[in-house]
Design a protein around this ligand. Structure first.
Ligand SMILES: O=P(O)(O)OC[C@H]1O[C@](O)(COP(=O)(O)O)[C@@H](O)[C@@H]1O
Ligand SMILES: [Mg+2]
Ligand SMILES: [Mg+2]
Length: 315
């Protein structure tokens, strides 16, 4: 963690200097997943690999690497990492970050990461925003550290305790509405219907397009996040990747007292079939995530009904 903290510190400084350092959002190639890479994606990936060489990390699984990289044959850990999350926000001065999950090393690289997220031993994220903060768990409860810009030390502060708050905020990229499945549309229709709809209250939409920023907000003051599967080509399992995005966030959210699913089943029970496998992701307060699962179980006549006629979820 100390070596990772050093990368967080240096990346926060690089981002704070922005264009003084050059164009951090400059196109830099394409990763295995077909995502366009930006300069900062590559810089962050290389910085983590360099910092962890010779550490206890044996296997390194990154969004920016085709396959698992063996860093230190003697190491006992596997690190799954999204070295730079929220790439579309690099040049907009909006919060971005890094997401990580740590497993005990398995017999080989793939076996270390193609396992249920429940076997993680630690997970967390760094967020590069107005503050640089790190939120992590080693399994029970979460810890938060803020980078002091004066001393460059990470200082532990009170743990966020907001995941259970009865918040009216939801996060989803609503521009994909027409591509969603019926249960997701019905769920969002009922939120949008507000006080006049079956939920009988008004809701508020937030979409930063940086998973770390949505997670930070939800851990701090509640709400729900959804990145569902949809009918666009390549989105049959949503957008987010299980190994280094969904599982670490799910492990953290559960440790904070919340819940994370793929819409129906717990994320932490899913075994990825490949390193860059995707999954729909829904997380936040337990009651909210369970409600989404409820919409997936509704009979077709209920799910197809106009919100005014959908009886089961009337508040
Ligand atoms: O642009 P979209 O489809 O709304 O997707 C936004 C999502 O994509 C991501 O940026 C994917 O992460 P990367 O930036 O690491 O590829 C998430 O942080 C965010 O939740
Ligand atoms: Mg990401
Ligand atoms: Mg990324």
């Amino acid at each position: 963690m100390e070596r990772m903290a050093d990368v967080f510190r240096k990346t926060a400084r690089l981002i704070a200097r922005g264009e003084i350092e050059g164009d951090l959002a400059k196109a830099a190639g394409t990763n295995t997943d077909g995502d366009a890479q930006k300069a900062l994606d590559v810089i962050a990936d290389e910085a983590f690999m360099a910092a962890l060489a010779g550490s206890d990390v044996r296997y390194y699984a990154s969004e920016e690497q085709d396959s698992v990289v063996e860093l230190n044959g003697q190491g006992g850990l596997g690190l799954a990492i999204d070295p730079l999350d929220g790439s579309s926000n690099i040049d907009t001065n909006v919060s971005i970050g890094a997401i990580f999950g740590i497993y005990p090393a398995g017999p080989d690289g793939d076996a270390t990461f193609l396992r249920p997220g429940r076997e993680l031993i630690a997970a967390g994220y760094a967020i590069y925003g107005p503050q640089c903060s790190v939120v992590l768990t080693v399994g029970d409860g979460i810890l938060k550290f803020v980078l002091d810009p004066e001393t460059q030390e990470f200082v532990q502060v009170a743990s966020p305790a907001g995941v259970g708050i009865d918040s009216a905020e939801y996060a989803i990229n609503a521009s994909n509405y027409r591509h969603w499945t019926k249960p997701v549309r019905a769920y969002v229709d009922d939120l949008v219907a507000g006080a006049e709809g079956p939920r009988g209250r008004n809701f508020n939409l937030r979409w930063v397009a940086s998973l770390v920023a949505e997670t930070h907000r939800i851990l701090t003051r509640g709400g729900i996040f959804l990145y569902p599967s949809d009918a666009r080509e390549g989105y049959a399992h949503g957008r987010l990747r299980l190994v280094y995005e969904c599982a670490p966030i799910a492990f953290l959210v559960e440790a904070a007292g919340g819940m994370a699913s793929n819409g129906s089943d717990p994320i932490l029970d899913i075994v990825p079939d490949e390193l860059h496998a995707r999954s729909p992701l829904v997380f936040g307060g337990v009651d909210k995530v369970m409600r989404v699962a409820g919409y997936h179980e509704l009979p077709d006549e209920e799910i197809s009904a106009l919100f005014g006629n959908r009886g089961l979820f009337r508040a």
